[in-house]
Design a protein around this ligand. Structure first.
Ligand code: S3P
Length: 174
């Protein structure tokens, strides 16, 4: 159980639009564990949307809250935790994740990501993609090319359904 760190959780990382929240929910259901989404926990803690946190308090305040929420959530066991796409950027957070559980990265090709983040339901919810979403995804993908390399497993979500992904990950769990 070395790979699970000191606490037994599954931590899902990856770029925006890789399906972290959906896959987390399905995997948690399969395991009979709790499902947690750090973006949702951040909104609860701040009492406002991520969009408003960015607009009113700035990205730095959002990142500080994200680190605090991550540490708090991962202090408990038996959860599948979906993290925000930028949570892996801080070394401190990467350490918290590796200590808190088994870290899995979800990936997808650029075309798939753009189509997911510009879907009707997702449009306008991500401050970092404001403006030309396609151009923003391209630039951020480049800047974050190695951001998820620290994960202990990586799976491409482009050609798989969320249910297939949850089954696959359940089978891979150490
Ligand atoms: C962010 C990703 C978002 C959210 C915030 C910032 C990022 O989460 O945390 O808008 O920096 O990649 P999702 O990856 O769930 O969209």
């Amino acid at each position: 159980m070395e790979q699970f760190g000191t606490s037994r959780n599954v931590v899902i990382v990856g770029f925006m639009g890789t399906g972290k929240s959906t896959v987390s929910r399905l995997l948690a259901e399969k395991l009979g564990w709790d499902s947690k989404d750090t973006d949702e926990e951040i909104e609860l803690a701040a009492g406002k949307s991520i969009k408003r946190i960015f607009a009113e308090d700035g990205e730095q305040a959002f990142r500080d809250l994200e680190s605090r929420v991550l540490t708090e959530v991962l202090s408990r066991p038996n959860q599948v935790v979906a993290t925000g796409g930028g949570a892996a950027l801080r070394e401190e957070n990467r350490r918290t994740m590796l200590k808190g559980g088994w870290v899995v990265a979800l990936t997808a090709d650029r075309r798939t990501l753009v189509s997911r983040v510009t879907s009707a339901a997702a449009a306008g919810t991500r401050p970092l993609l404001e403006g030309d979403a396609e151009e923003r995804v391209g630039a951020l993908l480049e800047a974050r090319r190695h951001a998820y390399d620290f994960a202990q497993a990586t799976v491409d979500t482009s050609e798989r359904t969320p249910l297939e992904l949850a089954d696959l990950l359940a089978g891979w769990m150490p």
